[in-house]
Design a protein around this ligand. Structure first.
Ligand code: TXA
Ligand code: MG
Length: 343
């Protein structure tokens, strides 16, 4: 792999032009979106897309999301656009929603990882859309982290993982949502949720009249099962620490954590509940504020590694609304290890 002196580009028109020029030349650029930072390449250039897998250390069988700036960008990428997709796009694009289409002949195999489908999203972030427009091509972009580590929600997170591996990162500040987009299969009569995100099941149902949830969203895939969304089969978002999710009331959580206070443990807890704890802690938002938890969860997981945390007892988030996405990411960070502490 080539070595780069990675530049941090400012989020102004000069930075946008520099990012677009690199992308047109087949290079990779870290770009901000409202969900997480993406590691972008020209989606129509199989060679450029191939470099994403090398830079991230990503398994070759995990397909990428293609990002467009305007609805006119969709028809060339999809072999067919179902009515349901049109309705969902009207309601939630631009935004944190990815839909799976049958792919057109334009999509290189490197993007779809051999599948006959392609995932497409129109991000809301103005810098993301400005870069797509300036590049003049759709952009394939996975999250801009090294494969397996927590997704990046600041340019500094991208630098921590990608410095030396890519020519540039475009700085767009902190990502507003903080967890990756909702991924839905729209080939049936109602959407099927493959990955929860900022567009919640209730929001999908409000437009589509119903929604189904793939069992892999909150369950470990049985050995040998084929994942509807290949990304769901990998251990994901994992810090180096050993994370355990602890489900229970604030009092039961505190009692459980404190019973381990003579061990080298760290708590990942809700804001306002840290006063009851007798161990070191990191907070990730108030218990009832799922949006704040989504915004902070990946940064908290990265900070646990910075402080060299060994075992982390993480307070289990409520699963309502965007909380389902927070729970889904933490379940994977914990490799599905959950302890119930309510009597
Ligand atoms: O918010 C996001 O979606 C971010 C930003 C950068 O847009 N991107 C992102 O990409 O999270 P990535 O590669 O980390 O996750 C893409 C997910 C994976 O779980 C992948 O398996 C799934 O989407 N996916 C991609 N193409 C698919 C397809 N054709 N069928 C099913 N799942 C697909
Ligand atoms: Mg990812």
């Amino acid at each position: 792999m080539r070595e780069y002196k990675t530049r941090l580009l400012t989020g102004d028109s000069l930075g946008i032009q520099e990012a677009a020029a690199l992308l047109r030349a087949g290079e990779l650029v870290g770009i901000p979106t409202e969900t997480v930072y993406g590691l972008a390449a020209n989606a129509l250039d199989g060679g450029a897309v191939g470099r994403i897998f090398t830079a991230k250390g990503r398994p070759q069988d995990n397909p990428l999301i293609v990002h467009i700036a305007d609805i006119e960008g969709l028809p060339p990428l999809a072999a067919e656009i179902p009515e349901l997709a049109k309705k969902l796009a009207k309601a939630y694009w631009p935004g944190p929603l990815t839909m799976i289409f049958r792919k057109s002949a334009l999509i290189p195999d490197e993007v779809s990882a051999g599948l006959s489908t392609v995932a497409v999203r129109m991000p809301y972030h103005p810098l993301a859309r400005a870069v797509i427009r300036a590049a003049g091509v759709p952009l394939a972009a996975p999250s801009a982290n090294l494969s397996g580590s927590p997704s990046p929600t600041t340019a500094a997170h991208v630098m921590a993982d990608m410095a030396g591996r890519i020519p540039a990162v475009l700085d767009g500040g902190e990502c507003a949502v903080g967890v990756e987009s909702t991924v839905v299969d729209i080939t049936g009569p109602t959407p099927c949720l493959l990955r929860p995100g900022g567009v919640t099941p209730a929001m999908l149902a409000a437009v589509a009249g119903g929604v189904s949830v793939n069992p892999a969203v909150v369950n470990r895939l049985p050995d040998g099962a084929v994942a509807a969304s290949p990304g769901m089969k990998y251990k994901h978002y994992a810090p180096k620490a050993h994370v355990v999710l602890v489900r229970g009331t604030p009092a039961a959580y505190a009692a459980f954590v404190n019973s381990h206070r003579t061990e080298p443990v760290t708590a990942m807890c809700f804001d306002g509940e840290e006063g009851a704890l007798r161990v070191p802690y990191i907070t990730y938002g108030r218990r009832e504020d799922s949006a704040e938890q989504a915004h902070r969860v990946f940064d908290a997981l990265r900070r646990l590694d910075e402080i060299g945390a060994g075992t982390v007892y993480c307070a289990c988030p409520p699963e309502e609304g965007v909380g389902l996405a927070v729970y889904n990411r933490l379940l994977r960070a914990a490799a599905f290890e959950v302890i119930d502490v309510d009597g």
